[in-house]
Every structure is written in C-alpha cells, then in structure tokens.
Design a protein around this ligand. Structure first.
Ligand code: ATP
Length: 296
C-alpha cells in the first residue's frame, strides 16, 4: 500500500507532464497486473509526414470517460488543422478542452469517430511514434530535483549541452538561467532553487523546443504573471509556435487574437468557430466569454 501510495504521489507530481504520466500510468498498470486498454497496434503504420493536407483531424469524435458513461465529454466533435496553423480552443470549465488533448495523445480512445494525424488514424500508429511527434507545454511545468541543464534535457535525453542551451535561448530562458548562482548547473526543484511561474513556463517551453516536434499542444496558464514575465513567456511561446502546428487551450487575449482560428467548445460540442474579430462581432458565446475573460 505504501509503495502504491508513493507511486500515486509520483504520478500526481508529474501529472502536468502528460508524456511522463503516460509512461508512469503504463508502469502502474503493470504493477497492478491490469492491462491498459490503450496499446500500440501489432503492425503500426510508418507514416511519413506529407507537407500538404491536414495535420490534425477529429472526425465526428464522441467520447465519454469510462467512469461517466452518461456524460459525453466530447459529442460529435470535428476539427481540421493544416500544417503551420495555430488553433485556439476556448470554452467554459468542463467544456472538453483538455479532453481534446488527452484523445490526441491516445490516453483514451473515443467511442466513435476518428482522430487522424497527417492522414493516418492515430490507432494505426505506434504510441511511441505518435507521442514523439507531439510536444506539450502544460499549465504548470513540473521542475525535477536536478540542475537547470538536466531539467531542460528532459525534453530530449540524448541532447548535447549545446543543444540544451540553444533551446534555452530560443525559449527566452538563457538569460535568467545564466543569472542563477551556478548558471546551468544550479540545482532546482523542491530542495533546490525555486523558480517563478514565468521561469517554470519557459523551462517547459525550452523542453518542448529541444524535443522539436511538428505538433505543439499548449495549455496556457491561467495564473497571472507580472508584466515582465508575461512579455517573456509570450515571446517564448511565439518562438515555439513558429513553423509548428499548434493547438492551444487559450486563456490570454494576445493568444486568441493571433490564432488562425478559434474553436469554442461548450458541453463537449463545437458551438462557434472563427477569428477573434469574427466571433466578437457574432455576439454569441465567445463574445460573452471574451468580455469576461479578456475584458474586450
Ligand atoms: P477546464 O477548463 O476546467 O480545464 P475543460 O474544458 O478542459 O475544463 P475537460 O477536462 O476536458 O474540460 O472535461 C470535460 C468533461 O469531462 C467534464 O465534465 C469533466 O468533469 C469530465 N472529465 C474530465 N476528466 C475526467 C476523468 N478523468 N474522468 C471522468 N470525467 C472526467
């Protein structure tokens, strides 16, 4: 029981990082002697990534969590994102925004509909290949008890020190790391130096940039940062989104204003879509949300 409790504590600790959590969940399932229902196909498709066509498609996806069979988290949800586009998802709490990410990463399979990555159904890809193509910047990045260098290297364990530092530069993290007492060797985490929210976010962005995936899932933080931190995080995110297909659960005005398209989710359904200006002019759910959240 103690081992399990600590395993759950570890799971909780890394929850923000869905990729690590996925590995932990699989190991936990093994420990418990149960099989995760999500497995790699016997003969996975080695899908090339065509430059043209859609990057991500959800085709009439309906899904309920196993524990809540009567409440669909997504109902007949479709989306189509082209390579290089930035699409923002907004909607009230419980609308299904995080569920879109969970399904895309195949932590669950939908009860009906398809999720297609570069023309291949995600069920036909190996879980490893699928998750390698996707980078995640969670709301609240987990900082491990190790150096700043190792904390970023976690994004791609075989990266050289130079590659780690280049990613830190690109994520606007180099300057603050250089100013730490031992620079990149400074010990972070619970028993080390504590970072601010904005600094933790830039570590998470640096990890994702080091991994260099074609798709980026961004769960924007809701907590307010001071103006300087805000500016740096925004610059880091813009640098990470450049030349990548990005799906972002958006909480910031700057993000929705720059998105190619905004999807508005409500009770698991896509209720509106368009640009910020189009949706404000429409005067519907988005306009109401934007007035509350972004003061427009
Ligand atoms: P928030 O903005 O609060 O994060 P969200 O839009 O991301 O909300 P989801 O987390 O996708 O919403 O949740 C969609 C629905 O599914 C909600 O009704 C939620 O309670 C439910 N749900 C989410 N995760 C689980 C889970 N692991 N098990 C059962 N139900 C869940």
């Amino acid at each position: 029981v103690i081992i399990l409790a600590s395993a759950f504590a570890i799971l909780g600790e890394v929850y923000g990082d869905l990729l690590r959590a996925a590995g932990a969940t699989e190991r936990l399932m093994e420990l418990l002697g149960t099989q995760s229902p999500i497995t790699s196909p016997q003969k996975p498709v080695l899908s090339p990534m065509p430059a043209a066509g859609s990057a991500i498609q959800f085709e009439a996806v309906t899904f309920h969590y196993p524990s809540r069979p009567d409440t669909p988290a997504l109902a007949g949800f479709s989306l189509d994102i082209h390579p290089g586009q930035t699409v923002a998802i907004v909607g009230p709490s419980g609308a299904g925004k995080s569920t879109v990410f969970q399904l895309l990463l195949r932590f669950y399979d939908p009860q009906s509909g398809n999720i297609v990555l570069y023309g291949t159904n995600t069920r036909e890809l190996s879980l490893e290949a699928l998750r390698q193509r996707i980078g995640i910047v969670p709301q609240d990045a987990v900082i491990f008890s190790s150096s700043a260098l190792e904390n970023i290297r976690y994004g791609r364990p075989d990266a050289t020190d130079e590659e780690v530092k280049a990613a830190a530069h690109a994520a606007f993290a180099h300057e603050f790391i250089s100013d730490l007492p031992q620079g990149y060797d400074t010990f972070l985490g619970e028993r080390g130096l504590r970072l601010s929210g904005g600094q933790r976010q830039r570590i998470a962005i640096a990890r994702a940039m080091l991994k260099n995936p074609p798709l980026l899932l961004l769960d924007e933080a809701t907590s307010a940062l001071d103006a300087e931190s805000e500016r740096m995080v925004q610059a880091a995110l813009e640098s990470a989104m450049r030349d990548r297909t990005t799906l972002v659960v958006a909480h910031r005005l700057a993000t929705v204003q720059k998105a190619d398209r905004i999807l508005v989710l409500d009770h698991g359904q896509l209720v509106e879509q368009g640009t910020h200006a189009e949706l404000v002019a429409l005067g519907g759910i988005y306009a109401g949300l934007a007035a509350l959240q972004f003061n427009v």
